[in-house]
Design a protein around this ligand. Structure first.
Ligand code: 13P
Length: 256
């Protein structure tokens, strides 16, 4: 069975005091009523990663970074390495998010290098894939997702994938309030699981956690989580408030 995960990507939100406030509220709620069926991971901005990770010591909530650089270290002004991320107490990193593909021109080869350096440094990876509206309208969704998965995971072995999770995030559903229907999402999740068989093996495919992301809210989470191949969510906007993120976690408790 794939592990169920509810992840919150804070994107470029929250100063340090705001971050601490949010994580305290969330932690309190989860202490009172813990998540038993899913793991909870949050991705604050780099600037708050140490503080938030310290705040969560002893709790079950894990932390991660939203990006990393593909080299171990060096003269790369402004960049952050896997080891630096690990030294904050974070265990995870998001790679291949559509906002990084779109605004920072991150391409498949770069994403593949980032995944490799993360795994080499024992960071767990959420690897994001997904099509734009234009691609969907041209009926290219499946080709695009297959290509992204094949490129992103090039050169990896089945054992590496134990520390990797895939997130399907259709770009047209991110921050738009337009969620993919459970059926639309399930179709692509099943496709991703299918292509992992020839790329790796049956077991890797069966055990892969595949998250859905794109306007997941407390009122649509249960419908998504009820789908066979949806193992949780990568939440954006709705994770910026403790209450709505907690309600999505609770939807998982009912549906998984
Ligand atoms: P929204 O939930 O705001 O649509 O963002 C999804 C996302 O991009 C998570 O990584």
């Amino acid at each position: 069975m794939p592990k169920k995960i509810i992840a919150g990507n804070w994107k470029m939100f929250k100063t340090n005091p705001e971050a601490v406030r949010l994580v305290k509220q969330l932690n309190q709620k989860l202490k009172r009523s813990p998540a038993k069926k899913s793991s909870v991971v949050i991705f604050p901005p780099f600037t708050a990663l140490s503080k938030v990770s310290d705040e969560l010591k002893g709790s079950k909530i894990e932390t991660g970074a939203q990006n990393l650089f593909w080299e171990e270290e060096g003269a790369y002004t402004g960049e952050v390495s896997a080891k630096m991320i690990k030294s904050t107490g974070a265990k995870w990193v998001i790679i291949g998010h559509s906002e990084r593909r779109q605004y920072f021109k991150e391409e498949e080869k770069i994403i593949n290098r980032k995944i490799k350096i993360a795994l080499l440094n024992k960071l767990k990876v959420i690897f994001c894939v997904g099509e734009t509206l234009e691609m969907r309208e041209q009926n290219l969704t499946k080709d695009i997702v297959i290509n992204q998965v094949e490129w992103g995971l090039k050169g990896l072995l089945p054992e590496h994938l134990k520390n990797l999770v895939i997130a399907y995030e259709p770009v047209w559903a991110i921050g738009t309030g337009k969620t993919a229907t459970p059926k639309q999402a399930q179709e692509i999740h099943a496709l991703i699981r299918d292509i992992l068989v020839p790329l790796f093996n049956e077991k890797t495919s069966r055990n892969m956690t595949i998250l859905y992301g794109g306007s997941v809210k407390p009122n649509n989470a249960a419908g998504l989580f009820a789908q066979k191949d949806i193992d949780g969510a990568l939440v954006g906007g709705a994770c910026l408030k403790a209450d709505s993120f907690y309600r999505i976690i609770k939807a998982g408790e009912k549906s998984f």
